[in-house]
Ligand binder design. Structure first.
Ligand SMILES: Nc1ncnc2c1ncn2[C@@H]1O[C@H](COP(=O)(O)OP(=O)(O)O)[C@@H](O)[C@H]1O
Ligand SMILES: [Mg+2]
Length: 288
């Protein structure tokens, strides 16, 4: 009996943003040697208004969903001949359908934008409804900034919760033959009481030494992957968004040091889903 291999799941609504996600997911499934499952959620809710019924429209949603899937499957197979591609049409709201699809998936891939939205919108609603809500990594695809983009950027805040994100970043780097740039943003405490003299250089050195110590086991386990540690003074969102402008992938944990367990997605990861310049993988770690 062949062992069951969890597929990469990608959601599509037929838009250009979703097609970019299908292409990314096909490449990734091919690299990892796993199948691809393309999913379309037939969302009847917007057509449910009893006041202004659109004749026939309701009945055409499922057949048009099948066309969207046929097109996506063609895109994936053309890009990766030999890739095992399956399709699935499911009724329901896209966010919920993709959350359900996550169990039994290796990861879930979606586009940063879909067929709705408005000009200037930074992130569609599905990204926020899936990232951080599921156990497997969620990749939100947006175009890579430049042809010259290289390297995988990993956000690292020196806590155990970064472990799953680092593991993903190092695995990706190994698969793609890329280097990992670990960005550790640090900020001196905001003085809200009496101003105390702070030795900023000393603080920076201590933070760097600590980060290097935490990273050593990873560099040992992935000795074939080139890594660099970037200590950036500033807010993690601006440091990581800026680093993402030259990267092929940004990897962040779903929670950081300041996590409170009720939040589904930490504030840094949430902001980066909107402001990053390249695809973002949100990897859920173990909450302490
Ligand atoms: N009906 C759907 N079925 C499956 N995936 C979807 C569906 N709608 C959106 N998605 C996924 O979510 C991504 C973002 O779309 P969305 O959040 O709806 O943005 P927008 O508001 O621009 O439509 C899409 O690129 C696609 O990957
Ligand atoms: Mg939409």
């Amino acid at each position: 009996m062949t062992p069951f291999i969890d597929p990469v799941v990608v959601g599509t609504d037929g838009s250009a943003g979703a097609t970019a996600a299908v292409e990314w997911a096909a490449d990734h499934a091919g690299l990892r040697g796993v199948p691809l499952r393309v999913v379309h959620a037939v969302d009847r809710l917007p057509y449910d208004g009893p006041r202004y019924p659109i004749p026939d429209c309701y009945d055409k949603l499922t057949p048009s969903g099948r066309q969207i899937l046929d097109h996506a499957a063609r895109v994936a197979r053309n890009r990766r001949p030999g890739l095992v591609v399956t399709t699935q049409v499911t009724e329901g709201r896209p966010g919920r359908v993709l959350r359900e699809q996550a169990s039994g998936a290796a990861e879930v891939v979606i586009g940063s934008h879909g067929a709705g939205g408005f000009p200037g919108m930074l992130l569609g609603s599905v990204g926020n409804q899936v990232a951080g809500h599921v156990a497997v990594p969620v990749v939100v695809v947006r175009p890579t900034p430049t042809e010259a983009a290289a390297g995988i950027v990993a956000g690292f805040d020196c806590t155990e919760t970064s472990g799953a994100a680092l593991a993903y970043a190092f695995e990706e780097a190994r698969l793609r033959g890329q280097r990992v740039r670990i960005v550790c943003a640090w900020e001196p405490p905001v003085p809200y009481g009496p101003v105390v003299a702070t030795d900023l250089d000393g603080m920076r050195r201590a933070a760097e030494e600590y980060a290097r110590g935490e990273l050593r086991p990873w560099q040992g386990a992935y000795a074939d992957v080139r890594t660099e540690l970037d200590m950036v003074r500033g807010h993690p969102v601006s440091a990581l968004a800026e680093a993402s402008a030259r990267a092929v992938l940004l990897v962040v944990g779903s929670h950081g040091r300041n996590a409170f367990t009720a939040a589904v997605l930490g504030s840094v990861s949430r902001a980066l889903l909107a402001h990053a310049r390249c695809p973002v993988a949100v990897v859920r770690g173990v909450l302490s």
